[in-house]
Write a new protein. Structure first.
Length: 292
């Protein structure tokens, strides 16, 4: 297996190191040229084959630095690339004045309306400003005419309404009948008030029914409690001979019943939760006994 990093090199038997001489030649004159990797700064069309080269496509380009081309001390660079279809040479350079690139040869830049333009003269600028001012004045006049037309229509409607009312009043005066202006009636408000009144009536009726039912239940509870207290008192009343009798004394039973009924609190109406039935046996489900 060969070494990844060569540490020794092969020298042939007839190798003569004295024949190797270092030659110092003059530096190459002219602009400095480098090989760089760049992307197309704009979309272009090759003039040789018509190939479309989109913006952002990468090329291995030659970068040239012309020493005599500068703009306000800023160096201008020129780039040479090859068309991807016909290998024709395309040249473009930097444009510091417009902060962009300028295509020189080999291709035509795609149309960009916001970049296309020329410097207009003073007369052209004055003409353009006059046209804009006239258009602006025309728009203002049109808006003013529209507002005036709306105002005239509103005034005409108001005058028609006044004439109609005056004619009605005059006719009523001639006939001797009093004419009143009918106020607009809000049907929705009246309907809402009727619904609210009906709902209140139902609520009060339901409350009266509940109070009546509660009073009946309380009266029934007091009657049952008084009867049970009187029976228990009569059963425990002793006779004069020392024995107990089953017939109560009317004189002593009445006060005792009234006292017990007064001391006894009113019955409480609590909600009784019914126990749910176990339907597991009917469905054939057998419960396992708990291990705890």
């Amino acid at each position: 297996m060969s070494e990844r990093k060569v540490l020794t090199k092969y020298y042939p038997p007839d190798f003569d190191p004295s024949q190797i001489k270092r030659v110092k030649g003059p530096k190459t004159a002219g602009p400095k040229v480098q090989t760089v990797r760049l992307a197309a700064p704009f979309s272009m069309k090759c003039t040789t084959c018509g190939e479309y080269i989109y913006k952002g496509r990468k090329f291995n380009a030659r970068k040239e630095t012309p020493l005599d081309e500068k703009y306000l001390g800023i160096q201008i660079f020129r780039f040479y690339i090859r068309c991807t279809r016909c290998s024709g040479q395309i040249t473009f350079k930097t444009d510091p004045k417009n902060q962009d690139y300028a295509c020189e040869s080999g291709a035509k830049r795609s149309t960009e309306p916001w970049r296309v333009g020329r410097d207009e003269t003073d007369e052209e600028r004055l003409d353009r400003l006059e046209r804009e001012e006239e258009e602006r004045n025309a728009m203002v006049e049109l808006e003013a005419k529209t507002v005036d037309a709306k105002r005239e229509m509103a005034v005409a409607d108001a005058l028609d309404e006044i004439r109609t009312r005056n004619a009605r009043l005059e006719r009523a005066n001639q006939e001797g009948v009093e004419v009143g202006v009918a106020l607009p009636v809000d049907d929705e408000a009246e309907r809402q008030e009727r619904e609210d009144a009906e709902a209140a009536r139902r609520a009060f009726e339901f409350a009266r029914q509940v109070d009546k039912m509660t009073e009946e239940v309380l009266d029934d509870g007091f009657d049952d409690a008084g009867a049970s207290a009187s029976s228990s008192t009569s059963a425990l009343t002793p006779e004069p001979n020392g024995g107990a009798t089953s017939k109560p004394d009317s004189a002593t039973a009445a006060p005792a019943a009234s006292a017990s009924s007064k001391d006894m609190p009113p019955p409480a109406f609590k909600r009784v939760v019914k126990r749910k039935k176990d339907h597991s046996a009917a469905l054939g489900i057998k419960k396992k006994p708990s291990l705890v």
